[in-house]
Design a protein around this ligand. Structure first.
Ligand SMILES: Nc1ncnc2c1ncn2[C@@H]1O[C@H](COP(=O)(O)OP(=O)(O)OP(=O)(O)O)[C@@H](O)[C@H]1O
Ligand code: SF4
Ligand SMILES: [Mg+2]
Length: 334
């Protein structure tokens, strides 16, 4: 491995939520690494823990109810879980910035777009030379122009409620990129928008991160977008990473039974209709299944799967699968 630290490294991360009736054991030992400049996808059914993982990175999980019983999260070699609030504040924005699924919730309705955008720009300059009011204004205008919003002067004076959903999502992207973050986390951007606008927003995001060479974690339910926009993909099921591979390899040769099911759930372009997807549902996190958490739904379940949790087996270059079916495959990668 190279001597430059990884951009992000998550080791054995567990996150629980203390709720009435017990503890939801949601994240169950997540491991995740990425290099600077990579664009990584994170996919998995609703409720599998994608947003929880991202919020844990940014340390924005509500505590209580969230508890992190164990795990380490390193950003450029520094453990985020051991940082004080000031150090974290510096990482948020310039280091890591996040675009949320719902742009309405991400913007504060009582402040204008300009007030919110300028606050982000000023915050990002705190450690460098302070910016003059005119410089902040110019940067705010530039951020709105970058996300292809017309009449930025007027937009700066508008309140979020005065904009359409697509415009609000563009403002959020502009805000997230205004600080030139090293890592952008895009959590289902545009999901609340109609399909055409969502497509435009994602294409815009794709163009901007390429131009700026920003590292990205992209969460989306649309596998076509993952295929187009990412270099590597993590597949998550019920709080575990079950498969990780370079994007092309994952799509040409999905190996975990869950990944295979996910891909079959995509509408077929060849006229075969839409498959039923994967029977069953994400488990109850109060009492998750023993062993492999996917075993109640898996068509290949074996005795061992009910008793032990599978390790992550290497099946090819950079391709790992957490499934006992591949136990004997280690070291056979080409
Ligand atoms: N604050 C919370 N309190 C209690 N449970 C929570 C909390 N936040 C998340 N959870 C639970 O954690 C589990 C994972 O949720 P999470 O939002 O991480 O899933 P996700 O993969 O992002 O799903 P989606 O695709 O729907 O966004 C869910 O069962 C959810 O109910
Ligand atoms: S470990 Fe067993 S239950 Fe889990 S995915 Fe593999 S075969 Fe299925
Ligand atoms: Mg989510």
């Amino acid at each position: 491995m190279s001597s430059t630290p990884l951009l992000l490294e998550i080791k054995d991360l567990h996150v629980h939520f203390a709720v009435y009736g017990g503890r939801l054991k949601v994240l169950d030992g997540v491991n995740f690494v990425m290099q600077s400049g990579e664009r990584v996808g994170l996919v998995g059914e609703a409720g599998c823990g994608k947003t929880t993982t991202m919020k844990a990175i940014l340390q924005v999980l509500p505590t209580p109810p969230a508890v992190i019983p164990c795990g380490e999260i390193y950003f450029k070699g520094r453990d985020l879980l051991k940082m004080n609030p000031n150090q974290l504040q510096q990482i948020r924005g310039r280091g890591i910035s996040m675009i949320f699924q719902d742009p309405t919730a991400a913007l504060n309705p009582v402040f204008t777009v300009g007030q919110q955008l300028k606050a982000v720009i000023k915050h990002s300059a705190v450690r460098g030379r302070p910016l003059s009011a005119d410089e902040v204004h110019q940067r705010a205008i530039q951020s709105l122009q970058e996300v292809a919003l017309a009449d930025p002067e007027r937009l700066l004076k508008s309140y979020p409620i005065q904009l359409s959903g697509g415009m609000r999502q563009r403002v959020c992207i502009g805000m997230a990129l205004a600080t030139n973050p090293e890592l952008l986390i895009a959590d289902e951007p545009g999901t609340s928008l109609d399909v055409t606008i969502q497509d435009q927003v994602l294409r815009l995001l794709h163009r901007l991160v390429k131009e700026k060479n920003t590292s990205v974690i992209l969460i989306t339910h649309t596998l076509g977008i993952v295929r187009e926009m990412t270099d590597r993909v993590y597949v998550m099921y019920a709080g575990n990473i079950v498969e990780v591979a370079p994007t092309a390899g994952l799509f040409s040769r999905p190996m975990h039974p869950y990944t295979i099911g996910l891909m079959q759930a995509v509408p077929r372009l060849t006229g075969g209709g839409v498959s039923d997807g994967i029977p069953g549902r994400i488990p109850n996190y109060l009492q998750p299944p023993t062993g492999c958490r996917f075993h109640p739904r898996c068509p290949h379940v074996m005795d061992i799967c009910r008793q032990e949790k599978p390790a992550s087996y290497q099946v090819d270059d950079d391709h790992y699968v957490a499934c006992f079916l591949y136990r004997g495959e280690e070291g056979k990668g080409s």
